[in-house]
Design a protein around this ligand. Structure first.
Ligand code: KG4
Ligand code: ZN
Length: 388
């Protein structure tokens, strides 16, 4: 296999929570092309417990990491000799889970004598927006691609400042980027993360784990039956002067309204009416969360006048949020570019870690790159790693 001087091949690993993920990406300047992205989800296993059990997650990662790695390399048609850089999620996340990915990456870097970079999980989510899914790099070694479509126009050059709404299971933040790899958190949640609120609401309504996809599905099935039941949930902090969020009161309001419905004797408790109630509740909860997320993003946009507005994190997979935020930006910030990652790169994956590593690598001096060859000796997971 001939080596193209201007492109690099990056192997990425991600095990911070309940997805074992491996990806191979090809980076050429600012073009990031995914050659493979394999994700093995443990969601079903953790569903029984209503959330992720760290030690169980670690055992599953240990079982899956080698098969997922083998598949990732096979799908990308890449051999160890073709790999220029290995990267792994360093944190934040669950330590037992992170340890498996970090240890695997360190071992590969040592055995294959490759540079190694630890990446912040949220930096990965943000850089999922920089993945170029369709543009074929003309003199690439990898012209065969299964990827055929993209919501992002591959010819668009992302302009700074960038404002990114990060919404995942552990984070809800408004991040301002004046340039690549430069992050200022201008707003964040004071309690629960948006994804956590979706998960908790799903638990209250007995819908299983993870909550986001099922709550949004139930919301979309709301036919507004049972007009006798009115559900009006609060939009916490929607009018507060700052750019922060709070979702814990919203979740409590869902709990309170659900108890009220369950204890009420005025409604006929047929299976059908419970289903209608759940649809209605999910719809109202999702809209309340979206209203607050959009209001604060627009407020931040008014202050910082970004040229690009992005969504990132698992909750960015939510169709209503994608659509409604896009509509509002079109109306109120028509000059700003609105970017959303592909659904498969919104939820946890390793391609996003590879994408972030590509930009980090590009920014490093020759001596820093050389030093990265010894990172297999020192890299440690950090549960509370800060975005910087
Ligand atoms: O980024 P992610 O995959 O993992 C973390 O870094 O936390 O995000 C997972 C979160 C979960 O809370 C899940 O319920 C939520 O993203 N999520 C969604 C949707 N898909 C996943 N929330 C709302 N709507 C969705 N479609
Ligand atoms: Zn994530």
């Amino acid at each position: 296999m001939k080596k193209n001087q201007s492109s690099i091949i990056i192997l990425g690993l991600e095990t911070s929570c309940d997805e074992t993920a491996v990806a191979v990406v090809e980076a050429r300047d600012e073009n990031i092309r995914v050659l493979s992205s394999v994700v093995s989800s443990q969601a079903k296993l953790h569903a029984k417990w209503g959330g992720v059990v760290p030690n169980l997650a670690a055992r599953e990662h240990l079982k899956n990491i080698i098969p997922v790695l083998e598949l990732g390399l096979k799908e990308a048609q890449v051999k160890p000799v073709n790999i220029d850089l290995i990267t792994v999620t360093q944190g934040p996340g669950l330590i037992p889970a992170l340890l498996i990915g970090v240890n695997a990456a360190k071992t590969l870097a040592y055995v294959w004598e490759k540079p190694l970079l630890g990446i912040h999980h949220i930096e990965g989510h943000i850089y999922a927006n920089f993945i170029n899914k369709v543009r074929e790099i003309s003199n690439s070694r990898f012209l065969i691609s299964k990827q055929t479509s993209s919501p992002n126009n591959p010819n668009i050059k992302i302009k700074f400042p960038v404002l990114c709404l990060v919404v995942s299971g552990g984070h809800t933040q408004l991040v301002l980027m004046k340039k690549h790899l430069d992050y200022e958190i201008v707003g964040e949640t004071l309690d629960d993360a948006a994804g956590e609120a979706f998960d908790k609401v799903a638990r209250i309504l007995d819908l299983g784990y993870p909550g986001g996809p099922i709550v949004s599905k139930m919301a979309s099935e709301n036919k507004n039956k049972m007009p006798e039941i009115k559900i009006n949930l609060p939009r916490p902090m929607i009018n507060s002067a700052n750019l922060n969020f709070s979702f814990s009161g919203l979740k409590t309001a869902v709990l309170y309204e659900t108890k009220k419905y369950q204890n009420s004797t005025s409604v006929i408790k047929k299976a059908e009416s419970w289903k209608n109630f759940v649809n209605k509740m999910c719809h109202e909860f999702q809209q309340a969360a979206i209203d607050v997320l959009i209001a604060k993003t627009l407020k931040a946009a008014k202050i910082y006048q970004p040229k690009t507005i992005m969504l990132a994190g698992g909750v960015a997979a939510n169709q209503e949020l994608r659509q409604q935020l896009g509509d509002k930006i079109k109306k109120e910030f028509s000059k700003a570019l609105y970017l959303i990652p592909e659904i498969s790169y919104s939820i946890d994956n390793a391609a996003m870690i590879g994408a972030a590593a590509a930009f980090r690598w590009k920014n490093m001096s020759a001596s820093q790159k050389k030093k990265a060859l010894a990172n297999w000796k020192t890299l440690q997971p950090d549960a509370n790693l800060k975005l910087s």
